[in-house]
Design a protein around this ligand. Sequence first.
Ligand code: ADP
Ligand code: GLC
Length: 486
Amino acid sequence: MTKGNSALKVLFVTTELAPFSKVGGLGDVAGSLPKALRQAGVDVRVVTPAWPGVLEKVASEGLKTTTLKTKVFAAYDWRIHSATVIKADVKGVPTYFLKAEDYSGAQYPAQLNFWSASPFAVFCMQALELKEAIEWEPDMYHCHDWTSAFLPCALAWHRHYRQVGGKSIMTLHNVAYQGIFEPSPFLEASGLEPWSFSSSTMEFYGQVNLLKGGIVAATAVTTVSPTYAGEIQTYESTRELSGILYQQRSKLRGILNGLDTKYWDSEKDKLIPARFSSKDLKGKTSCRKALLERAGFDTETDAPVIVGVSRLVEQKGFDMVLAGIQGILKMGAKLIILGSGQDWIENGLSQAEAENPGSIKFFKGYDEPLSHLLYAGGDIFLMPSVFEPCGLSQMISMRYGTVPVAREVGGLRDTVFDVDRPEGGNGFTFQTCDTDGMLWALGRAIGRYRDDKNAWKNIMLEGMSEDFTWDKSALLYRDLYQDLMQ
Ligand code: ADP
Ligand code: GLC
């Protein structure tokens, strides 16, 4: 991994970082891929905002921090925005937390407009300024989703930064979130050239679309699974943005996400009551009991335990789950869901729990330790996504011997394979995006679980033996970085 004799230098620019500011899978990826890339010989460093509570979490992890003498500055909205740079070594990855008034609000604003979008533009410019403060100049910037998509835009169209120049990679974790808001006064306040706002650049039906700008302006674009890379070029998947993605397809690669398999490890996980491996599954039975107890269910039941850990948003197919409650109960299964999100899903699950005590449990909220108990204690992991760029939950569940039932879409299609294929598989899948399809796959899973314990164990073992490390994909990112240096 050399450019001359030195390692290639990449700055990860991310607004989510596990375990400090994780909301979903993007946080997991930003928290694990850099480590794998460093092992592959790339000098990766990470910059991220110190959202409320982040520095407290850094301290609670026992990490030593250093506050740099030099601050970073960004000129935006006719004033200078400064941030203090706090450095920590996070599992061997030099990580820079930017602390400023700009990052004192919500990590994901409920309403996007000029004011709530501004911290993300400021963050990107401060990331571009970081090289002076840390005396380390990246060969390229690796950005993630709309929240850091302003960076490629700035390199291409900002009055100052386009003179400086630089390479950027835009990774699309979820094209459903694009960073769309009204152009005024953003265009004047941001320092972008007026011609950056055209239909072939950032303009989108009269609005600013930061993700579109990032896709057009970036040197390369990646997304998080090969199947999703194809899907996003179709109108059915990404509507009006599909044309741009199709047009930019020559610079688009689909690279499957990996997991931090040291963290998601059933043999070493301290957040579960008992540990287990494919050679000795006894601990899984204890985890199952502990989960049933936590849910307030009969701990001796032999009913299949279906679990789900998820953001509760349309993407995850909860309309199918809510409509399928009676079908699930008829099959004699238990259902335990952990998640938070849209009111109609939370209310629907709360109501289902109230009507079916002892069979349905809804844990409302975001709870990292409890998520481990669900992954480890469940029999079946349900993931009926409408769309799924990659999905990490299905991979985590397989690591813990919990068999996925998933829709054949996006990254689920690249990781979950139906056991009833001639060549066998690691889970149960369905294609049609409806409740009947989901119940059909669940029915097959539950039938197998009840009727053939041996076959079930083999499916569990198949999932547990899958390679979900970053090893292969980190090399694909490294190849991409190298190609960009040509
Ligand atoms: P997405 O990024 O679309 O939310 P992924 O499957 O890629 O979906 O990643 C979700 C990550 O967030 C997983 O690590 C999952 O365990 C975690 N997660 C989601 N909801 C919760 C929750 N309520 N509590 C704890 N962890 C959660
Ligand atoms: C997004 C996607 C999810 C993906 C994650 C990490 O949140 O919804 O499918 O696994 O990003 O790339």
